[in-house]
Design a protein around this ligand. Sequence first.
Ligand SMILES: [Cu+2]
Length: 182
Amino acid sequence: MIRTARLAVLTALALGSTLGLGAQTASAATAFANLYMATPTGRGVAVGSAIFTDTGNGAHIRLNLHGLPPGEHGFHVHSHGSCDPSMKDGQMVMAGAAGGHYDPDIFDRHQGPAGRGHLGDLPFLTVGPDGSDNETLDAPRIRDVAGLKGHTLMIHEGGDNYADTPAPLGGGGPRMACGLIQ
Ligand SMILES: [Cu+2]
């Protein structure tokens, strides 16, 4: 009897390691996005991935990015589940179909990862001189990692001052890379 139970546990463990990321998703709240450069015609080259993990005290975001311009870049969850270009006021917007910053509580303001603004306001990225970024960022207000699935993760060309002034939405400007959170 005991031996049978032990065998079942071992089988489950073996299955879990075979399934890899899928098994993690089932047992703990994780979500990930593969990111691609945004271009006027849609998805460009792959630039790596981000993995969200629930810590019980906010989320950790583990980055594995490459091929990006060095320096600081605004980094947000956007509302819609598409990275396609869109048209706004007669102008093409790269990754515009992703919509605005994810704001389920309708604060309608940009305040960064610690403020009372868009829930999707994440810490900005700092890309190294070689174009890679392997940081792990803290997102203390993201309490429901699974709830991010179906939204998009966005990297902007410029940095993020966690305010709507002097420029709106942290001043990061155009959308540079984007990925569907799944
Ligand atoms: Cu953004």
